[in-house]
Design a protein around this ligand. Sequence first.
Ligand SMILES: NC(=O)c1ccc[n+]([C@@H]2O[C@H](COP(=O)([O-])OP(=O)(O)OC[C@H]3O[C@@H](n4cnc5c(N)ncnc54)[C@H](OP(=O)(O)O)[C@@H]3O)[C@@H](O)[C@H]2O)c1
Length: 315
Amino acid sequence: MPDTTFGPQGWTPERLDPQDGKSFLITGGNAGTGFEATRILLRADAKVVMLNRSVERSEAAVARLKEEFGSDAEVSFIRMDLASFDSVREAAAAVLDIVPRIDALICNAAIAQVPSQKLTVDGHESMLATNHYGHFLLSGLLFERIEASQGRVVVVASLGYKMGIRTIQFDDMNWDANYHQNKTYSQSKLAQMMFAYELQDRLAAANSNVEVYVCHPGSSNTSLISSSGNLVTRIAFKLMSMSPLVQSAEQGAYPEVMCATEDGLEGRALYGPTGRSEWVGPVGKGTLEPYAYDKAVMERLWELSEKETGVDWTF
Ligand SMILES: NC(=O)c1ccc[n+]([C@@H]2O[C@H](COP(=O)([O-])OP(=O)(O)OC[C@H]3O[C@@H](n4cnc5c(N)ncnc54)[C@H](OP(=O)(O)O)[C@@H]3O)[C@@H](O)[C@H]2O)c1
């Protein structure tokens, strides 16, 4: 049964109260759903600081947004490459210098379907490093500021978490033996979800007021596949994007904006489109498979992530 909490249209930005005085951080805000989420938040008068890899695309995004919302729109970016722990640390330090309040950190950026195994400067498989370790480190470094702001962490996941081995391959985290563009991507998104659900448990144990929500954009027409996928995957997605099984990037942004702003959401949940195959349609609470919150795996992944990133989470 589709979730009817927000009525037949599901959650839409019409539900947004004015967000003036609130500050949001979003990773990967220069393109796709991250750009559209930024637009929706700016339209509601929020302040948005994007944490982006490409300076050129970020400058263009800020220029476009200022053209749309006026030169005093509160939008800026800090350069950050999630695939480099040094870069994440530098960006987090810059955030702590210039962003006194964080109402939500939206972990939106990702790479997907990288055709062959690539290792980051820190020696990790590129999708696991960018999508999971980078966000784990960033969230840990900003946690105290988020907590002081009574803020949130929003993890943008993917239904792709179901399309792999449905657990974490601890004996070969870099997929040296069996790299596979889809399975390896799938594990990186499952890792992000496990991070969020384990963080919820740790926050509950510490009586923290920080909220953590998990969502996904369904199947949305963005540059995700065209920026990292191989030719066959790109052509397949291009053809699919002409069908009703793919929605706009703007609709894909609704779940993350909802998770950053809406009251009364559930922690152990996956929010996203609730229409056909949960790829498109009204936004609400979708299906969440129990292996995404397998406690033993989540705890082991948390310990490993702390060790690999060197972040010291204090609750
Ligand atoms: N589109 C879909 O159908 C779909 C489906 C399921 C899940 N998702 C999820 O939705 C989220 C947004 O994806 P999208 O579809 O909007 O993709 P997109 O259009 O490709 O945007 C991805 C963003 O992530 C940024 N990024 C990539 N690598 C980065 C790095 N190392 N450091 C910092 N930023 C980096 C990109 O910046 P650059 O400009 O520098 O490349 C870009 O701004 C992702 O978490 C993705 O897994 C998307």
